[in-house]
Design a protein around this ligand. Structure first.
Ligand SMILES: [Mg+2]
Length: 229
């Protein structure tokens, strides 16, 4: 189980977690996002918005600008969106349903590589997320992060010479990871079908996956090619 993080600045919280993580230099590594990749974020968040007098208008992939007040139709400002995200994670991190097939594919892939979950869940909910991963058959180490994932990915990828994969639903994370650690193989995946339909493949990704079996095929093919070199 995870231990509580010291209450210092977010950069410190990330450093402590990365330092405590053991990465095997002789195995490939898969770094995966959680919300909308392992856990069905949007389905639950939409309900949370409705409970709080707001809704998502499905105009585009972004949260900011597309969350509107139900009575006026006016977009909520960034502070209000942040606060709704905060209350959502505080209440629902432990009970979010998983994305179809994620646990079984990760379990199968973990025979050939190590898995780390890199999630922008708020630091105080890291333990609830770790417990939810475990309860759903995904007992992999979890790193909670804030903002760009580039630093964490560069750090982790630097610890193995074998292939490193990165999975995330957000194009901006792919872009930042591409700039910081270009050798990382980037897989763009959005679990929610309606959300996925709003967005083409991230410009900075190598592969856009439809579902977890699609991810498995792509990763295994890459590992097979790497092993035969
Ligand atoms: Mg996500």
């Amino acid at each position: 189980m995870t231990s509580p993080l010291p209450a210092k600045d977010p950069g410190h919280a990330l450093r402590v977690q990365l330092d405590g993580l053991e990465i095997e230099a002789r195995r490939p590594l898969l770094i995966t996002d959680a919300d909308e990749v392992l856990f069905a974020f949007m389905a639950g968040f939409e309900r949370h918005l409705e409970d709080n007098g707001a809704c998502f208008n499905w105009a585009s992939f972004r949260l900011n600008g597309n969350i509107v007040a139900r009575d006026t139709g006016e977009p909520l400002d960034a502070g209000e969106v942040r606060s709704l995200l905060g209350s959502f994670f505080a209440r629902h991190t432990g009970t979010m349903p998983v994305v179809d097939r994620a646990p079984e594919v990760l379990r199968e892939l973990s025979d050939r590589l190590q898995v780390v979950v890199l999630s922008n869940v708020p630091h105080p909910q890291r333990e609830a997320r770790a417990a939810a991963l475990e309860a759903n058959g995904m007992p992999f180490p979890i790193v909670s992060n804030e903002g760009s994932k580039a630093e964490a990915v560069r750090d982790l990828a630097g610890r193995t010479r074998h292939p490193v994969f990165f999975i995330d639903d957000s194009p901006s994370h792919h872009e930042e990871v591409a700039r910081a650690a270009d050798r990382v193989i980037r897989i763009h995946f959005i679990g929610h079908p309606r959300l996925a339909a709003l967005l083409g493949p991230a410009e900075a990704c190598h592969f856009r996956a439809r579902d977890w079996p699609d991810i498995r095929r792509f990763v295994e093919a890459h590992l097979d090619r790497h092993a035969s070199r």
